[in-house]
Design a protein around this ligand. Structure first.
Ligand code: FE2
Ligand code: FE2
Length: 195
């Protein structure tokens, strides 16, 4: 399926605000991909479709998980919305005809991050976080860092997300902790400046 056909389908599937966020994320992802010499077409598709399952009700999300044999942890059962990445990857494949595993994985892991994120995963995670519709003040620093050092930008976004969840007395998904640890270790292995 071509990108403009995906765009048309997505527009019908999402609420207007979520659709605008998706287009913004696509643009941010393409810009980051260009900056870092990554596949801009793949970034466009992953950015556009990353939230394609966000309109589903919890019972619909759970049904997709059941059909595809995805088992939810105790934490995920309490926060079913976190599964919109996993189910988004399924929909991207089944409804939008995406076969590229790089694109599907970037969609799959954009909600929590995961250890050993590749460059496309990092681009989509960050694009989702820094797109122009995100106006909270902590984003500004990450937005600037995103084009200087993507790993430090990711640590900044994980820190902000974790602080926010703690402030809300919320549950932190283990993959977010693992992703942050893994990038911090990568940074220190590379002897880069500490954050
Ligand atoms: Fe999302
Ligand atoms: Fe998003």
């Amino acid at each position: 399926m071509k990108l403009d056909q995906m765009d048309l389908l997505l527009k019908q599937a999402l609420k207007p605000g979520r659709y605008i966020h998706s287009v913004n994320t696509m643009k941010a992802a393409v810009s980051l991909a260009e900056h870092y010499g990554e596949d801009m077409e793949a970034a466009a598709v992953a950015g556009l479709l990353h939230d394609c399952a966000k309109n589903l009700r919890d019972d619909e999300t759970l049904e997709y998980c059941r059909i595809h044999g995805i088992e939810l942890s105790e934490l995920e059962k309490r926060q079913v919305f976190l599964m919109h990445g996993e189910v988004g990857a399924i929909l991207a494949c089944e409804k939008y005809g995406v076969n590229d595993e790089i694109v599907l994985n970037a969609i799959r892991y954009h909600t929590t991050g995961y250890p050993e994120m590749n460059m496309m995963d990092k681009i989509i995670f960050l694009a989702d976080y820094i797109e122009p519709g995100r106006t909270h003040s902590e984003v500004d620093n990450v937005r600037k860092l995103a084009y200087e050092d993507i790993n430090r930008a990711l640590i900044g976004s994980f820190d902000n997300i974790i602080k926010y969840v703690i402030h809300q007395r919320g549950l932190i998904h283990p993959n977010t902790i693992k992703a942050r640890n893994s990038i911090l270790m990568l940074i220190s292995d590379n002897n880069q400046i500490r954050i």
